[in-house]
Design a protein around this ligand. Structure first.
Ligand SMILES: Nc1nc2c(ncn2[C@@H]2O[C@H](COP(=O)(O)OP(=O)(O)O)[C@@H](O)[C@H]2O)c(=O)[nH]1
Ligand SMILES: [Mg+2]
Length: 463
């Protein structure tokens, strides 16, 4: 009865996110007429409001829209900094109403919506100025509606949640996993999703993607003075993580069986477990225990607890140090946009690992195509110049024989070929393209010699 009433309530609610969803569809339907909309959305972000980037209700990422919004955002921030902005991406995940938005609001002074019970689910982006010089902005990704009671039993609820979780963990530098208290049963259900996404993140890193997201676990409403109990909770978390890893390990075997023998075994999830720092000294641990947000729930003592605030500030510093000291390099917003779109393509594809490789291969083809275009254009350009000169004049003035004509043409294009060959070599040095290096180099050489043959023939026919 309650859930039905809640479902009806959800259907009747209208929020700002619904309007943005409509605008994004208007933009996609006719980008030329509605080309200003992404700029509006970017301005909305710059003004300090959150914007939905993944519609959790249908578990879809509107790639065309988000890409354009982020491009516009890059322009806005570029205008402020007079260079491309560098960003750190931080996300938060946990069961609905576990206090995620409250924590982010306290940490960054944002005004993300907080309330018990929501009417939408999705991933929201918010831009915050950084206090550290290593990056200019923090991009916050807040998730809404994971494991929400009103979606229980609905068709596709689990896979929607999975997509949300993957999207929150994969393209980020750090992710906070939030539990409402020690007994949060929903938290245990979120863990396997997080671990699976984290495993995919490790796979992506192995294939030249962004560094694997660092995970931080936060329990709130815990009695922080009871050290014995805290230790017990830590052990319980360790056990839960191990269990979640085992669950995923089974899944991994299935994937491999389905994919046939050519599919390589992805990195073990137990390896990712070792990357967590679980220490009895909370200062050095990736697991944090917070007390209550307020001193009491009864007025007049329902005022914020300083201890909670202090812990939030410490966590912010801890995350910064932990991310920065692991060989991390800040990425430009442009690069991150590209990565985000690629991550979505991979999530949407059943075979994640093959999809990553495919995405890199497409990048390689695009880059090769770009260089080929430059060289091809240069040949054509120089040939046209040569062709435009009256042939008689050429021959009498420069005493041009066929060979001289050919040599002249070749020498004009030589520098461009050298430069583009250097570009291709540099591009192929990157880890993610190594496996196609030999193939791509020979393809490039074939292209260059093919072009030369063609234009020499044309030059020969000129005379
Ligand atoms: N008692 C108590 N309530 C909290 C705490 N953190 C958040 N809340 C409340 O829990 C509700 C849900 O919080 P919210 O941040 O919206 O949760 P989210 O859905 O995970 O983003 C809000 O009414 C908050 O005021 C806390 O530490 N203690
Ligand atoms: Mg929230």
């Amino acid at each position: 009865m309650y859930y039905r009433a809640k479902g009806e309530h959800v259907d009747q609610m209208l929020g700002l996110e619904h309007l943005w969803r409509e605008l994004s569809h208007m933009f996609a339907a006719d980008p030329s007429t509605n080309g200003d909309l992404p700029m509006l959305a970017a301005q909305h972000l710059v003004d300090g409001f959150p914007l939905e980037i993944l519609d959790g209700d249908v578990a879809m990422f509107h790639k065309l829209w988000v890409e354009r919004v982020l491009v516009e955002l890059n322009k806005c921030l570029h205008a402020v900094l007079e260079r491309d902005p560098k960003v750190l991406v931080l996300s938060i995940i946990g069961v609905q109403s576990s206090g995620k938005s409250t924590l982010l609001n306290l940490m960054f002074g944002t005004q993300l919506k907080t309330s018990a019970g929501k009417c939408t689910r999705g991933v929201y982006l918010q831009v915050v100025k950084s206090e550290w010089s290593d990056y200019d902005y923090v991009l916050l990704l807040d998730t809404e509606g994971i494991r929400a009671p009103e979606y229980f039993g609905l068709k596709g609820a689990q896979s929607h949640d999975n997509r949300l979780a993957t999207f929150t963990v994969l393209p980020v530098d750090a992710c906070i996993v939030m539990a409402a208290n020690e007994e949060d049963s929903g938290f245990k259900e979120v863990l396997p999703m997080v671990m699976l996404a984290s495993k995919k993140s490790a796979m992506a890193e192995e294939h030249g993607g962004q560094m694997q997201a660092k995970l931080f676990f936060v329990y709130r409403s815990v009695d922080t003075n009871d050290t014995k109990k805290l230790l017990m909770n830590q052990r319980k978390l360790q056990e839960d993580l191990r269990q979640a890893s085992l669950e995923i390990a089974n899944l991994q075997i299935n994937e491999v069986e389905e994919g046939g023998p050519q599919v390589r075994q992805p990195p073990s999830t137990l390896d990712s477990l070792q990357k967590f720092r679980i220490d009895s000294d909370e200062e050095k641990s990736d697991v944090k225990f917070f007390g209550n947000l307020k001193k009491s729930n009864v007025p007049p003592f329902d005022v914020p607890d300083d201890e909670y605030g202090n812990k939030v500030v410490k966590l912010r510093k801890y995350i910064n140090n932990r991310v920065l000291h692991g060989g991390w390099e800040s990425h430009g917003l442009k690069a991150w946009t590209k990565y985000l779109c690629m991550v979505w393509d991979c999530i949407a594809d059943a075979n994640f690992l093959n999809r990553i490789e495919y995405a890199h291969y497409l990048e390689l083809l695009t880059e090769l195509g770009r260089c080929q275009l430059i060289v091809g254009r240069k040949w054509l350009e120089e040939f046209k110049i040569l062709e435009g000169t009256p042939q008689g004049a050429i021959r009498s003035n420069l005493e041009m024989s066929t060979t001289v004509l050919m040599q002249t043409l070749e020498s004009k294009v030589e520098d461009t070929i050298k430069e583009e060959t250097r570009e291709v070599d540099k591009f192929l040095q990157q880890k993610q393209y190594q496996k196609w290096k030999v193939e791509a180099t020979s393809r490039w050489d074939d292209f260059c010699s093919g072009q030369k043959r063609h234009w020499m023939k044309c030059a020969g026919e000129l005379v």
